[in-house]
Every structure is written in structure tokens, then in C-alpha cells.
Write a protein that binds this ligand. Structure first.
Ligand SMILES: *Cc1c(COP(=O)(O)O)cnc(C)c1O
Length: 798
């Protein structure tokens, strides 16, 4: 139905009638979206079935990627692109007077994630399918994804996201594959044929109903599956007076995505979500394996289960439960299979935070808790034999200690692979955060530097740049992103530079139009577009960026000889609803924007824009238009970052610290092709360990700093009273935990280097081209190929 324009049009119009019951004339954009989505599903259904069939028939090892978040964004455009039918559809619709772009924009973002971690999972799915790898996602079908952000008077307001309001064309409900999940109740122990048998009784049952979504690879017939679980009342609905409460409690499990776990610790609902995901996923994985193999003795040879961060770590005791209680295996065999099946990715160096209080855990999951206790006992015994008498070490490594379960310790003990997400991050895990575990089992530790799918973030988001690349070096880069390096010889070619800058100009114009539409502010399209888009977090240091803008403003006001190359500073960031400090920073950005944008003396040179509701679809408009990529986290804290990679691919230059994957970007492009500044990870970690930093010294000795910090509280922003006082206090009273003031001077100086480079177009566009040329390494195809070989032991199947 997509073979040519005419066939497509015919098929489209017929389905418009059958699916929507409408003549073309009365149809709406949403109808067009719905019909197109259906046509794609119809088109791929044979391949979807064939992929599943092949997986069954070939008995190949499968990988299941368990993640509490999948930040997919919109799917229509990328599905059409991956199927290679986007152009036919675009032209066919144009004949009918429909703009494909409008249809695509009518799709709600599937925002089932907070940020980097969830987006990584989505990029991985794309690469798995494209590389014909048998890899599938398991997640939760949240009714409401990450909240929609509205800005009212400069303050963030959260609205529930309603992505399912008009249904979801991509999903298929598979009620017959539902899995029962048990909470609460108690464990009965009795003896049978000389063995202890455990039975979980009086539990509250929840049905996990899978909704399957196709994951379509680029230019391949492989269609993998993302299975999202929905929580529903069990079939044997308990008919008592609490029936309404039971229904509400059950449905609450898949109702909301938690907006950032760092600020919602110890919540019972969160633990419920985690076990719900794990029990449903393992239930369905094990059922499929049993059907094929009859038993689970070889599970680890045919199944790899990946635990994305600690949220799904209960996969370890849950698999043990299945093998022990349902299969009757010995502990030793069950442990062998479990640890050889499960692999774990660590996403944060603050692993010590990932704890769950026993008093919450034990009553909710009594049998699982018993198993975790046994795992802990055996683990500590093993440590005791290895390190006799070293109580301190064992206490620090224990899985259960001082009333909490340490989820990261359970993940390391119960898996065969522990990976960090960038070289620096993995080194910090090995040398500091998890040093004792690394000493205990060095073979488990490995690095897998993150990547992003260049098909969404370059090919789809930036067709203009993609066309230039293909015109210059051919289209091999789409399948083999590392061949982008072939651009490098063109980096100093004036004609190529000209074309590159024209593409950037075009996309800046497009973003400027969007900015005007959304904010009513006109920005100078020839100014430097300097962008910081990411979640709002103190460690990501949006504050450093803002304070620097305040300094530029002050200087422009006070120093008649001072001028700058015009800048447009663009922000996008959601703050977790309970993270009050972050919300104050959002307000600060708006207060500064108000001042700067409305001051005739400065607003030709300086503009500050906050784009509300930062999400995948908005990100796709921003990256192609960026000149400067702000990656300014306090060194050592950002595990990897992936925004940095998306910017790089789109030819933006990084202004950043040597943190996360910035380090590897610098290794790839050379330090001279980015703008590095500030403390190194080593220096930061030394400060944290030994002290010695005194923020007030920087405040007193640098007039620029004193001025901007004072302005937070001295009435400079008259409308906010003392709203910014906690920010002021964080810097001075609390000694500036993230070294904002320490790095201020270096950051200012780095901005001066940015400006000097931008004033020299030959240099700037050379640097930009070099960044694009080296971005292939940061494609998730490379990352996934490494996971496939080093961790999962899977190979392409087609
Ligand atoms: C890539 C991405 C992120 C992660 O950005 P970082 O700069 O790595 O923190 C967060 N949100 C969205 C919508 C993204 O696309």
C-alpha cells in the first residue's frame, strides 16, 4: 500500500472510510493520523509475526530490556522513516492537500520517562531492531507519563499528561497473555518429601495485562516488541466492601510515572510499580521459555535479562522465586541460572541513595523479602570466607543492613555484568563508589558508553543536514554511523562550510519562528544560539549559566566599552514537582529573561528564552538549531549525558566540563574543537573527600560574582520578594555544593573563547564539521553492538 503515491492515496482514502466512517471532506488531522498509524501497523504486521515466529523457530537467545521508563516521543514519523515510505506518504498526502508535518504534530508524545535514562531505553530499542537483534523492551503502560509543564508568571505548573486520551494506535492489548502479580499476604512453610516448600498465601492479586507495541528497525524486516504492562483488577474480583478501594489501588500501579526518583524516596507505590514490572515481565518471559523448552534448566543460555538501573532489580529475587518455588530447583542451580541471566547497568554514582526500607518491603513482598534475606546471608558468608575477620568491609557490602535493602548491592551480587555508561563514570564506580565490589569481582565490571539513535536525532530531526551529509559522502552513514568520519576531509572546504552554515541558519530560522509562536519574542537569527536543555537539577548547574547571563547584562549596562556578539540563550527544563530548589531556578531564569529581554539598552545583544514543556518532540526542533551545547554539570556527577551527543551530531559545539561522555567527546574531536572549562572530576572528588573549598572567598574576591549573587536578594528582581533566598543560601551558607562560584570565572572565560571562535567563521564551521564527523561513535548502534557481544551473547537474526 506504500509502493507508490497513487496506491497509497487509494489505500488511505478507503481506510479513512472504513476506520473513521467519514468522507475525505469531513475528516480531521486526527483522523489522518489515526488512519496512517493503522496503515503502518497493517503494513508491518506480517513482519512482526514473522520476527516472533523466527525467534521461536530458531530458538535463538533473546534479550529483554527491563526499564521503568521508555521515553519514546512520537512514533509516526520515525516509523515511516524506518520503513522507507516517508516520501511516498508525504507526496501522496500533499496531493490530498494534507501536510504530513501537521499530521505528525497531532501525535501526543509517549512521555513514559523523565529524561536521559528513559530516552536511552528508547534509543536502544531502535538500534536493536535495526541491527536485527532479538531484543525487546518491557515497561509500564503509565496512563499519565511525565507531567506537562506550563509556565505561569515564570513559575512552573504541572498538568497531568494525557497521552492516551485519543487512544494509542501503536498498541495491541493481549489480554490472553495477562500475568498475575501477588502483593501482601504471608508465606506458609511446610515440608513435602523432605523439602521445605514455601507458599505465598492471602495475597492481593493484580492482573498485569500486556500492551504490545511494534519496534520497527530502519531498512529491515525485523519488528521487535515493546511490551508495556497495565495494572488491572484480577479476574477473581474479591466481592467485599473494599471492592472500590481494591480497584483504585490496583489501577494506581500503572497510573502515573514518578517524576524523578531522587525526590520521592521510599514510596510504597514506587516499590509496587517496580515489582509489578518485574513479576509481569518474568512471568511472560518464563512462560514463553517453558513453552519452547519444557523447563527452565537452560534459561540463561536462551534468555538475557537486562536491568536498566536498580528499579527492576527485584528481577533477581523474582527469578529465584520462580526457579525455587515453582520449578523446585536447588538454591545452587537457581542462583547459577539467575546470575547468568541478569545483567545490570548503573546510571548514577550516588548509588548509596538507592535503598528500600525493610518495614515497607517485607509486608508488601513477603516471599521476595525472604529470598533477599537468604541471598544476603549467603553473600555475607562468601565475603567472610574471602575476607576473614574484615567486618567493616562486609558491613559496607551487605545487601541488607541497618533496616534497609541496598538495591545496588543486590544488583551487583545477583548479576554477571555491571556496567557504567561512560568511561569516566565506570572508573569512578570501580575506584570509588563501588570499589569494594570491584575488588571482590573485577570481572563483572565493564563500560558501555551511551549512545543515541542518529536516525531520530539526525536523519529525522535534521533532514537538511542529513541531505548535506549524503550529498557530500553518500548515504552509508545511515546504516554505519561511524562512516560519518568521511566528512572530515571536507571540514576545511569553504564550499562545505558555506553549506553547513546555511543549513544551520535555516534551522535557526525555523526555531526562531517557533519561539515567536510560543513566546511572542523575536530573537535575532544571526545571534549565537546557546542552548541548555535537560532536566533541572542543581548538579547540572543551570544556575551557573544564569549567573553568567546576569554578569553579561550587568557589564553591558555599566561598561560603555563592552559589547558582545549577540546571544540568544535558550533553556528548556522540567523540575520534579517536589524539588523546590529547582523550581526557584526556573523562576530565576524567567526573572532574568524579563529584565534582559525588556531592556532596550541590552536586548539587541542579549535574549533569554525559556521553552516550556521540554520533551522529545520539542528537543527534535531544538538540537538542529543550536550553535552552542551547554554541558556544564559539576565534574564527576553526570554519569554520561546523551543530550551532549545529540547536539554534537547536529554540529553544535560543546561548552562543557570534563564530565560524563564529554570526556570521550573531547577525546574524539580534540580539546581544541570544543570549549572545556572548570574543575576536573578528580578535583571535585578531592574537595568532597577532604574539604578545602570556601565559596565565600570566591564571592568576596570576584566583584562579578558578588554582584550577581547579591542581586538574588537585594531587590534587583522586585517582583519576587525573598523567593531566591534559598538559592543565595545554597551558594554561601551551604558552601555551594556544586562549585558554581568556583567555576564561574573559568566559565566566563570559556564563553569568551566561544565568541572569538564564532567571529571566525572558517574556524567555527571547521569545528562544527569535525564534531559531526566524529559523532558516529556516539550512535546507539555502536553501544548496542557492544552490549550484544560483551554482555548478552546475542547475534543478529534475520
Ligand atoms: C536526550 C534527552 C534528555 C537527556 O538529556 P541530558 O542533557 O543528557 O540530561 C532528557 N530529555 C529529553 C527529552 C531528551 O531528549
Amino acid at each position: 500500500m506504500f509502493t507508490d503515491k497513487e496506491t497509497f492515496k487509494q489505500a488511505f482514502l478507503i481506510r479513512l472510510e472504513t476506520l473513521c466512517g467519514k468522507q475525505f471532506e469531513e475528516s480531521t488531522t486526527r483522523d489522518h493520523y489515526y488512519v496512517l498509524g493503522h496503515m503502518v501497523r497493517e503494513h508491518i504486521s506480517r513482519h512482526w509475526i514473522a520476527t516472533n515466529e523466527r525467534n521461536r523457530a530458531q530458538k535463538r537467545k533473546q534479550v529483554y530490556y527491563l526499564s521503568i521508563e521508555f521515553l519514546l516521543g512520537r512514533l509516526l514519523g520515525s516509523n515511516l522513516l524506518n520503513l522507507g515510505v516517508r516520501q511516498v506518504v508525504e507526496e501522496g498526502l500533499r496531493d490530498l492537500g494534507i501536510r504530513l508535518e501537521d499530521v505528525e504534530e497531532s501525535e501526543a508524545d509517549a512521555g513514559l520517562g523523565n529524561g536521559g535514562l528513559g530516552r536511552l531505553a528508547a534509543c536502544f530499542l531502535d538500534s536493536l531492531a535495526t541491527l536485527n537483534l532479538p531484543g525487546h523492551g518491557h515497561g509500564i503502560r503509565y496512563k499519565h507519563g511525565l507531567f506537562d509543564q506550563k509556565i505561569v508568571d515564570g513559575y512552573q505548573v504541572e498538568l497531568p499528561q494525557q497521552w492516551l486520551r485519543h487512544g494509542n494506535v501503536w498498541e495491541i492489548r493481549k489480554e490472553e497473555l495477562a500475568v498475575e502479580v501477588n502483593f501482601w499476604g504471608k508465606v506458609e512453610v511446610y515440608e513435602q518429601n523432605g523439602c521445605l516448600v514455601f507458599r505465598h498465601i492471602d495475597s492481593k492479586k493484580v492482573m498485569a495485562v500486556p500492551y504490545d507495541m511494534p519496534v520497527i528497525g530502519y531498512g529491515t524486516n525485523t519488528v521487535n516488541t515493546l511490551r508495556l504492562w497495565n495494572a488491572e483488577p484480577a479476574k477473581t474480583f474479591p466481592l467485599h466492601k473494599d471492592v472500590m478501594q481494591y480497584k483504585r489501588e490496583t489501577e494506581a500501579i500503572s497510573e502515573f510515572l514518578y517524576p524523578d526518583d531522587a525526590h520521592d524516596e521510599g514510596k510504597i507505590l514506587r516499590l509496587k510499580q517496580q515489582y509489578f514490572l518485574v513479576a509481569a515481565s518474568l512471568g511472560s518471559i518464563v512462560r514463553a521459555h517453558r513453552l519452547q523448552h519444557g523447563n527452565l534448566h537452560q534459561l540463561h543460555e536462551y534468555v538475557a535479562i537486562h536491568v536498566n538501573d536498580t528499579h527492576p532489580v527485584l528481577a533477581i529475587p523474582e527469578l529465584m522465586r520462580i526457579l525455587l518455588d515453582e520449578e523446585g530447583m536447588s538454591w545452587e542451580e537457581a542462583w547459577h541460572i539467575t546470575t547468568h541471566t541478569i545483567a545490570y547497568t548503573n546510571h548514577t554514582t550516588l548509588s548509596e541513595r538507592l535503598r528500600m526500607a525493610i518495614h515497607l518491603f517485607q509486608p508488601l513482598l513477603p516471599r521476595i523479602y525472604m529470598i533477599v534475606e537468604e541471598i544476603n546471608e549467603r553473600f555475607c558468608r562468601e565475603l567472610w570466607e574471602r575476607y576473614p575477620g574484615d567486618w567493616g568491609r562486609i558491613e559496607q557490602m551487605a545487601i541488607i543492613a541497618h533496616g534497609v535493602v541496598k538495591m545496588a548491592h543486590l544488583a551487583i551480587a545477583g548479576s554477571h555484568s555491571v556496567n557504567g555508561v561512560a568511561k569516566l563514570h565506570t572508573e569512578i564506580l570501580k575506584q570509588r563508589e563501588m570499589r569494594l565490589f570491584y575488588e571482590w569481582a573485577p570481572h563483572k565490571f565493564n563500560n558501555k558508553t551511551n549512545g543515541v539513535t542518529h536516525r531520530r536525532w539526525l536523519l529525522k530531526a535534521n533532514p537538511e543536514l542529513s541531505a548535506l551529509i549524503t550529498d557530500t559522502t553518500g548515504s552509508r552513514w545511515i546504516h554505519e554511523p561511524e562512516t560519518l568520519i568521511e566528512l572530515k576531509p571536507h571540514a576545511s572546504d569553504p564550499a562545505f562550510q558555506q553549506a553547513l552554515s546555511a543549513v544551520k541558519q535555516q534551522r535557526k530560522g525555523k526555531l526562531a519562528a517557533r519561539i515567536y509562536e510560543k513566546t511572542g519574542i523575536r530573537v535575532d537569527e544571526s545571534s549565537i544560539f546557546d542552548v541548555q536543555v535537560k532536566r533541572l537539577h542543581a548538579y547540572k548547574r543551570q544556575l551557573l549559566n544564569v549567573l553568567h547571563i546576569m554578569y553579561l547584562y550587568n557589564r553591558l549596562k555599566e561598561d560603555p566599552h563592552f559589547s558582545i556578539y549577540p546571544r540568544t540563550f535558550i533553556f528548556g527544563a522540567k523540575a520534579s514537582p517536589g524539588y523546590y530548589y529547582a523550581k526557584r531556578i526556573i523562576k530565576l531564569i524567567h526573572s532574568v529573561a524579563d529584565k534582559v529581554n525588556n531592556d532596550k539598552q541590552t536586548n539587541e545583544q542579549l535574549k533569554v528564552i525559556f521553552l516550556e514543556n521540554y520533551r522529545v518532540s520539542l528537543a527534535e526542533e531544538i538540537f538542529p538549531a543550536a550553535d552552542v551545547s551547554e554541558q556544564i554539570s559539576t565534574a564527576s556527577i553526570e554519569a554520561s549525558g546523551t543530550g551532549n551527543m545529540k547536539f554534537m551530531m547536529n554540529g553544535a559545539l560543546t561548552l562543557g566540563t570534563l564530565d560524563g561522555a564529554n570526556v570521550e567527546i573531547a577525546e574524539a574531536v580534540g580539546k581544541e574543537n570544543m570549549f572545556l572549562f572548570g574543575l576536573t572530576a578528580e578535583e571535585v572528588l578531592n574537595y568532597y573527600e577532604h574539604g578545602g573549598y570556601r565559596a565565600h572567598e570566591y564571592y568576596h574576591h570576584d566583584k562579578r560574582i558578588k554582584q550577581v549573587v547579591d542581586q538574588l536578594v537585594n531587590g534587583f528582581f522586585p517582583d519576587v520578594a525573598d523567593y531566591f533566598e534559598p538559592i543565595y543560601d545554597s551558594l554561601l551558607t551551604q558552601n555551594d555544593e556544586y562549585f558554581v562560584l568556583r567555576d564561574f570565572a573559568a566559565y566566563t572565560e570559556a564563553h569568551e573563547r566561544v565568541e572569538a571562535a564564532y567571529r571566525d567563521p572558517a574556524r567555527w564551521w571547521y569545528m562544527s564539521a569535525v564534531n559531526i564527523a566524529h559523532s558516529g561513535y556516539f550512535a546507539s548502534d555502536r553501544t548496542i553492538a557492544e552490549y550484544a557481544v560483551d554482555i548478552w551473547g546475542i547475534s543478529p537474526s534475520m
